[in-house]
Every structure is written in C-alpha cells, then in structure tokens.
Design a protein around this ligand. Structure first.
Ligand SMILES: [Fe+2]
Ligand SMILES: [Fe+2]
Length: 222
C-alpha cells in the first residue's frame, strides 16, 4: 500500500526561502517588495490579484468535493460500515467549503461562475462511481484527493514564496495546509478501503485525475 507522506510534501509554513521551483519564482516575481513590509500591512494590489484565482478555484474544488461525497452517500449510505466514514469525510468537506467561502467574502473574490456545474458534476462523479461499487467509489476518492493534495501543495509553495507575508497571507496558508492534510487523510482512507481493487482502477483513476485537473484550470479562470 502506498500512502501519501505529508511531511515530504512542502517546507514548513514559515519558510520563505523556497524559491527554487518555477512556480515559486513566478510567485516571487509577482509579489516581491523592494523593502520589508510590516505583517499588519494591507495586501498589495499584486497580492490581491495573485490570491484571487487561488481562492476562487479552492472554493470551487470544495464545492465539487462536497457534492462528490453527497453523491457517494446517496448511493452507498445504506451500508452501515461505510456511511460513518463517508459522513466524516463529507463533514470535513463542508468545513473546507465554509473556510473558502469565508475567504471569498473577506477578500471580495468573484466566485466561479460555474458553481452549478461543479455541483452537478461532483454529484454525478460521486454517485456514478459509487454505482460501480464501493471500490470504485474509493478509487474516485483516491484519484480526486491525489490531485487536490498536489494542487494545495503547489499553492502552498507559491504562497510561501511571498516575502513578508501579512496576517491574511499567513491565514490563507494555514487554511490551505489544513485542507491539504485532510484531503490526504481522505486519500489514505480510500486506499485502506480497497480503492485499488476497483475494476479498471488505472483507467478510472486516470480519467478522474484528468477531469480534476481540467476543472482546476477552468475554475481558476471562470
Ligand atoms: Fe476538501
Ligand atoms: Fe477531501
């Protein structure tokens, strides 16, 4: 069994020296300041532009995740062993969605215009894979949480490249890290519950991962 190892995913939250990756360099270019700024400062216009698509795509992703678990529970909720597990993960997704919805409001970010699509698609993917069986539902969770975990790690690297982060940036980092940790717990739960025994696991996983990556690309823009 291969599990995600959280400790190797990202540097510590307060480490601002990681600028080796291309994404980090990009973040630095966008957000470097010529002089140190106090932590209680306001966000710069560049930082506002930088974090807006992050918050937009994260809220959209959490909408999708919430509806994936809702769809899974609609189909598999009769299973007395599975239901508590699915409800636990569903509750955490609800918490993630509340966190990013709060950030949407705080930073006055335009939400994705495609929220109805994320709701319908999430439910369809969750229910559809659950109809193929418990293992396929878990394979769906494994694939989705792999992509989302990587996505959150990419964001953390970019956020950590911001020099002199203010309290809002630090809070965003903590929020992303918390969600990342819980997504990877969901991944491990899915692996522990036979995700890799699903029929056509590799194909199913590849299709769902590509769908997630496409949704991330779209949701950050639309
Ligand atoms: Fe989530
Ligand atoms: Fe999750």
């Amino acid at each position: 069994m291969v599990k995600r190892t959280l400790a190797t995913q990202i540097p510590p939250l307060n480490n601002n020296n990681n600028s080796s990756s291309s994404s980090s360099s990009s973040a630095n270019n966008n957000t470097t300041h010529s002089a140190p700024l106090p932590n209680h400062r306001e966000l710069t216009d560049e930082e506002k532009e930088f974090i807006a698509p992050m918050i937009r795509v994260d809220q959209s992703g959490e909408v999708g995740a919430y509806y994936i678990y809702k769809g899974q529970i609609a189909v598999l909720g009769h299973d007395p062993k599975l239901r508590p597990l699915l409800e636990m993960m569903w509750d955490q997704e609800r918490g993630h969605l509340e966190l990013f919805s709060g950030l949407i409001s705080e930073h006055r970010v335009r939400p994705s215009l495609l929220r109805p699509l994320w709701e319908v698609a999430g439910f369809a993917v969750g229910a559809g894979t659950a109809l193929l069986g418990k293992e396929a539902a878990m394979a769906c969770t494994e694939a989705v949480e792999t992509v989302i975990g990587d996505h959150y790690n990419d964001q953390l690297r970019e956020l950590q490249a911001i020099r002199n982060p203010n309290e809002q940036i630090k809070y965003l980092c903590k929020t992303v890290a918390k969600c990342r940790d819980e997504e990877l717990e969901h991944h491990d739960i899915a692996v522990d519950h036979d995700a890799r025994q699903a029929p056509l696991h590799s194909l199913l996983s590849a299709v769902i991962k590509q769908g997630c990556k496409t949704a991330i690309w779209v949701a950050s823009r639309v």
